[in-house]
Every structure is written in structure tokens, then in C-alpha cells.
Design a protein around this ligand. Structure first.
Ligand code: GLN
Length: 455
């Protein structure tokens, strides 16, 4: 049924870069046969799963939205994908994304933009616009994404879906094509808080292949979501509203829905506390130094030899000529911009001034969150300052995209978990608005509990 739905609507939405009809149907039949044979299977066995193309898969291409990985086939599955398959989930396709997850609109994909199912003239958010749109358009009930600066939460908000960035290290990054390794985190996306939690339970946990993955006995996220759905479940919960996350330029309808969400939290027993966190103002500036620095290093491996595309200059040339021609043709404008920025920020004589300073700001932000979480259990903010903008609206002005990340980026800098859930539509444009909830590291379950309480 989901493959039929994809065939019917994906020509308009373009959520998928590849689908795996044959392997999906085979996997579904295998699950049916095992069930018929009396095997006890997990709750999600047989449920379709869309996978952001940042995660490598053996049975489908993995491009990370880039031309430079065109034709690349991975010899192994990313751990999150392997865990999902082991739980019986059926991988139906790979979803569109901004190139190497650099972007907030999915317009930076080398394979054309994804459209917002709510309004085809609008962006679906990014970088994981494909995963969020696939879920919102009922092409898949569940999807995997990656969140380096908001790429699960912001597209979830813009498409009326639910998405969660786990605590850094909560889900293995093995087989996730790296953007900025100290910020990247894999996580789930779905249409309800409980569905998102169920997928989270499947992919979480320690992985010997990822040295940053946490060896921690995670509680059941699904159990927390079910608990939260009970009346009055937030009694005594302290919810912080951070002044600096109500950034300049928050759209009127976003403010309105956010105020209503705060009322809902209060009605469920939560107590609201105002928080001042002055260094959050510098989060965007710090992030857009740290991310390009790490990205320029991670993207150095696309050298025309080891992966994907190879372009030979006319009349031949040296190894360097081939590398240069391949990178010129294979990387898009945003990837090039960040490689140049990052290389500059890391270069001798500038390292301390840029990368070093940004890391100091990152520490200050981490401390500010630690202080805030002495006063509150959860922090609430709009997921993004605006609803989905029109395709092409930010063309040629990447700074507009960057500024839209002001609300999501702090969680990545601090390594803490963040949830986005839909809280209605903005009256002025009829487009979905997301509520972001943040919690201390390891407290992902608290987010599912709180989110389910007001869903
Ligand atoms: N919009 C952010 C960026 O462009 C988010 C990226 C992400 O989370 N992958 O860097």
C-alpha cells in the first residue's frame, strides 16, 4: 500500500531518491512467513521505513544528496538500518536531503528539491525534508533522519510531523555519512510521539563500531510516551522558557501557537519558569564555524579515488587535476562554501581566533544549559522561528537559512536531546508549527513523556 502511495504522490512531493520495491516486498513476505510459522516478532515487524540517504544501505544507493556519491554502493548497512531490519522493519526507500545534510530547505540536494505536502510551493524544511515529507504525505509511517543542527526537528516542524534528536551518542553513527562528527546524531521521525518513540527504541544503544556511542541502559521511550498520554501526567514538571530562544523575527502565528502549547503544558500540571541564557545568542555564529571546520575535514575523503564520481579533465592530467575536476563537478555550491569556510577557519594563524573561540562559546552554552536544568526539567521553544518558506525564497542568501537554525542549533552544541511535535498551523499561512522540547543528556524519555502529554 505504501509503495502504491509513493507511486501516486511522489511525482509531486519528491521525497524519495530511490525506492527498493523488490527488496521491500521480499522483506515483507519474509515477515509474513515468519509470523505464519508462529514466530514472535517485535511490534514494528512488517512496518515500512523510509531512510534518509545519509545512512548507507547495501540494497539501495547512498548519495547523501550529492553528485559526488552518484553510483556509490555501500558494502554494509548503517547500524541504525541494520537494527531496524533486525526488528523486522521494511526499508522502502532512501529519502531526499540537502547535500551532505547542509541546509534547512532540501533545496541544496543535487537531485532537485522536495516539496512540502501541505503546499507544494513551500519547502519541507531540511536537511531531512525527504524523510519528513514522506511521513507527512503518508508515503511511509516511519523515517530515519540525521540532526547536526536541526535536520530532524526543523523539517518535522515544517511538515506537521514528530521528530527527535537523541542525546549525542544515543544512537550509533556508524554508516551515517559524516557532516560534523561532534554534532551529528541519528534519530527517528513519524506522525505521532508514540510512533517516534517506538522507532527510537529499535535504533538506540551502544555500538562497538562507533566510539562515541554511549554504553547506557536506555529506558523504553515507548513506555514513556504511553505514560505521558495519561491525564495530568505532567504534575510537578518544571518547564523553562528561554528568552534567547524566542529569537528576533519569530512569526506571529508561531508565537500564538507556542503560547497555546504553554497553556496546554500548564493544564497538564507543568509549572513554567523563565530562563535567561545570554550565550545562546552566539550559538549560530559558533555552529557555523565548528560545522564547516569539521565538514571540510570529513569531506576531504571525496578525492575521486575512494568513492563515487570521477571526472577526468580533457586531455588527461595529474592526480591532482582529476581530484580537482571531480570535486569541482561533484560538490554543489553550499558544500563548496562550507569546505572553503572550514578550511580557512582551521588554517594556521586563524585556528585560535575562529575554531578555538567557537569551541569556547560551545562550552559556555553547555554550561548555560547545565545551569538551566538545575531549575527546570524541560525547556520549551518554537522549533523554528517561521513556518515553511516558499521554494526559492532564500536563493542566493544562505544567511537566511542559517538564522532559521537559531532555535535548533543549541541542542547540538550541547549534545542534549530535542523533540519537535506539531502544535497546529499558523493562521496567516495555514502551515504547521512545531514545539521544541529540550531535556538534559540521557533524558530522552522525558521528552516523549512530555510530548505525549500535550499531543
Ligand atoms: N540547517 C543546518 C545546517 O545547514 C542543519 C544541518 C543538519 O542538521 N544536518 O547545517
Amino acid at each position: 500500500a505504501h509503495l502504491d502511495r509513493i507511486a501516486a504522490v511522489d511525482g509531486s512531493v519528491h521525497a524519495f531518491l530511490a525506492t527498493g520495491e523488490t527488496s521491500a516486498l521480499q522483506a515483507a513476505r519474509d515477515i509474513d512467513a515468519r509470523r505464519a510459522a508462529g514466530e514472535q516478532l517485535g511490534e514494528l515487524a512488517g512496518v515500512p521505513l523510509a531512510i534518509k540517504d545519509v545512512l548507507v544501505t547495501t540494497d539501495m544507493p547512498s548519495t547523501s544528496g550529492s553528485k559526488i556519491l552518484e553510483g556509490y554502493r555501500s558494502p554494509f548497512d548503517a547500524t541504525a538500518v541494520a537494527k531496524a531490519r533486525a526488528a523486522g522493519l521494511v526499508a522502502i526507500g532512501k529519502t531526499n536531503m540537502d547535500e551532505f545534510a547542509m541546509g534547512s530547505s532540501t533545496e541544496n540536494s543535487a537531485y532537485g528539491p522536495t516539496r512540502n505536502p501541505w503546499n507544494f510551493d513551500r519547502i519541507p524544511g531540511g536537511s531531512g525534508g525527504g524523510s519528513a515529507a514522506a511521513v507527512a504525505a503518508f508515503e511511509s509511517p516511519l523515517a530515519l533522519g540525521s540532526d547536526t543542527g536541526g535536520s530532524i526537528r526543523q523539517p518535522a516542524a515544517m511538515t506537521g510531523s514528530v521528530g527527535l534528536k537523541p542525546t549525542y551518542g544515543g544512537v550509533s553513527r556508524y554508516g551515517a555519512i559524516a557532516l560534523a562528527s561532534s554534532l551529528d546524531q541519528i534519530g527517528p521521525c513519524a506522525r505521532t510521539v508514540l510512533d517516534t518513540a517506538m522507532l527510537h527504541d529499535v535504533i538506540a544503544g551502544h555500538d562497538a563500531h562507533d566510539s562515541t556511542s554511549l554504553d547506557f541502559a536506555w529506558p523504553s521511550m515507548a513506555a514513556a510516551a504511553r505514560e505521558g498520554a495519561r491525564d495530568g501526567s505532567l504534575t510537578g514538571l518544571r518547564v523553562g522558557v528561554v528568552k534567547q530562544l524566542m529569537v528576533d523575527g519569530v512569526q506571529a502565528g508561531v508565537k500564538q501557537r507556542f503560547a497555546e502549547a504553554i497553556d496546554l503544558l500548564t493544564a497538564q500540571g507543568a509549572e513554567i519558569v523563565e530562563i535567561d541564557a545570554p550565550h545562546l545568542e552566539y550559538a549560530v555564529a559558533a555552529y557555523y564555524l565548528i560545522l564547516p571546520a569539521e565538514a571540510s575535514s570529513n569531506l576531504a575523503k571525496y578525492d575521486s579515488v575512494r568513492f563515487g564520481l570521477r571526472v577526468s579533465p580533457e586531455g588527461g592530467g595529474t592526480v591532482e587535476d582529476v581530484m580537482s575536476a571531480t570535486r569541482a563537478a561533484g560538490f554543489g555550491a553550499e558544500a563548496k562554501r562550507r569546505i572553503i569556510l572550514g578550511t580557512y577557519a582551521l588554517s594556521a594563524g586563524y585556528y585560535d581566533a575562529y575554531y578555538g573561540s567557537a569551541q569556547k562559546v560551545r562550552t559556555l552554552i553547555q554550561r548555560e544549559f547545565a545551569r538551566a536544568f538545575e531549575q527546570v526539567d524541560v525547556i520549551a521553544s518554537p522549533t523554528a522561528p517561521t513556518t515553511a518558506w516558499a521554494l526559492g525564497e532564500h536563493a542566493g542568501d544562505p544567511l537566511q537559512d542559517y538564522l532559521n537554525d537559531a532555535t535548533t542549533i543549541p541542542a547540538n552544541l550541547a549534545g542534549i536531546p530535542g523533540l519537535s511535535l506539531p502544535i497546529g498551523t499558523a493562521p496567516e499561512d495555514g502551515l504547521p508549527v512545531g514545539l521544541q522540547l529540550l531535556a538534559p543528556a540521557f533524558q530522552d524519555a522525558q521528552l516523549y513523556r512530555s510530548g505525549a502529554a500535550i499531543e
